[in-house]
Design a protein around this ligand. Structure first.
Ligand SMILES: C[S@@+](CC[C@H](N)C(=O)[O-])C[C@H]1O[C@@H](n2cnc3c(N)ncnc32)[C@H](O)[C@@H]1O
Length: 253
C-alpha cells in the first residue's frame, strides 16, 4: 500500500525513530546547542554535516535566531524531506548535496570561514581515512577559535575487555527493546518511506549512492578522534558531554 507524502510527518517520525535508537539524543542536542550559544559570535555561520532531515539545524534555527546554517547531506531522500518539510528563510538555512567521502566535498561550500562545524550521529558512517580528511578540511574551513562539534557513538579506548563486554550487552539489550508507541525502528522507517510514490526518484538515486547499509565496525575509539583532530590543526580537544559511549567531542581551532 502506498503512503501519502507528508514531509512534516516524515520529519517527525524520523525524530521518533532516532530518539528511540540514540539513547540520550535530546540531551546531546541540548549540550551541542549550549556550546554553540556560548562559544560563537553573533550571526554565526554554521555548517551541519550529515544533517539528515535537518533535526539539529532546526534546533539551531530556533535557539540561535541570528545563526545562518548550511546543512549538508548525501542522501537524496532525506534532503528532499528536509527541504520540503523544514521551511526557513533562505538567508538562514540552505541545503547542500555533497558526499563527505569525496576529497572534493568542500567545493560545494560557499566561500569564507565558518564559526562552527557540527555533526550528530553521522560521521560514524565514514571510514577512518575519509573521516580524518574531513577533520583536516574542517580545521582549514574554521576561523581561528572556531568550534568543531561531533555528537556520535565513540567507543571507549582499549584495552578494556570487561567494559567492552558490558557495553556490548547494553547495546544488545537496547536493540532488543520495542520502539515506544508511535515510533518505528530503522528498517521499518525506511520500508514505510520507500512506499511514498513522490520519493521514487530520490530512492532510485539513494540506492545508487548508498548501495550497502553502513557498517559500524570501523568506528575508532575516542582517543583516535581526539588525536586525529589535534593532528589536523585543532588547538584544544575534549569530550564535553557523555552518556556511556554516546559523546560530544569539541575541538577548537
Ligand atoms: C543517522 S543519520 C543522522 C541525521 C541527523 N544528523 C540526525 O541526527 O537526525 C546519518 C546521516 O549522515 C549522512 N551521511 C552519511 N554518510 C555521508 C556522506 N558520505 N556524506 C554526507 N552525508 C552522509 C546520512 O545520509 C544521514 O543523513
Amino acid at each position: 500500500m502506498s503512503q501519502t507524502y507528508s514531509p512534516r510527518a516524515l520529519r517527525a517520525s524520523w525524530d521518533r525513530q532516532q530518539n528511540y535508537l540514540v539513547v540520550g539524543r535530546e540531551a546531546r542536542f541540548e549540550a551541542l546547542v549550549t556550546i554553540l550559544k556560548v562559544g560563537t559570535h553573533v550571526h554565526p555561520r554554521i555548517l551541519d554535516l550529515g544533517c539528515g532531515t535537518g533535526a539539529f539545524s532546526e534546533r539551531i534555527l530556533r535557539e540561535i535566531p541570528s545563526a545562518r546554517i548550511w546543512a549538508l547531506d548525501y542522501d537524496p531522500v532525506l534532503l528532499r524531506i528536509a527541504r520540503d518539510g523544514l521551511p526557513a528563510p533562505k538567508d538562514r538555512l540552505r541545503w547542500i548535496d555533497a558526499d563527505l567521502r569525496s576529497p572534493s566535498w568542500t567545493r560545494s561550500l560557499p566561500r569564507g570561514k565558518w564559526d562552527a562545524i557540527v555533526s550528530t550521529t553521522a560521521l560514524h558512517w565514514l571510514e577512518p581515512g575519509p573521516l580524518a580528511r574531513v577533520y583536516r578540511s574542517a580545521a582549514r574551513l574554521l576561523r581561528p577559535g572556531g568550534l568543531f562539534l561531533n555528537g556520535d557513538h565513540l567507543p571507549f579506548d582499549p584495552p578494556n575487555p570487561q567494559l567492552t563486554r558490558l557495553l556490548r550487552r547494553l547495546r544488545r539489550l537496547r536493540r532488543a527493546r520495542e520502539p515506544p508507541r508511535g515510533a518505528l525502528n530503522w528498517e521499518e522507517w525506511w520500508a514505510k518511506t520507500r512506499r511514498v510514490a513522490e520519493l521514487a526518484d530520490e530512492f532510485a538515486e539513494r540506492d545508487r549512492r548508498y548501495p550497502h547499509e553502513h557498517a559500524d565496525e570501523n568506528v575508532q575509539p575516542v582517543s583516535w578522534h581526539l588525536r586525529a583532530l589535534r593532528a589536523s590543526g585543532f588547538r584544544e580537544t575534549t569530550t564535553i558531554w557523555q552518556h556511556f559511549a554516546n559523546r560530544v567531542v569539541l575541538a577548537i581551532r
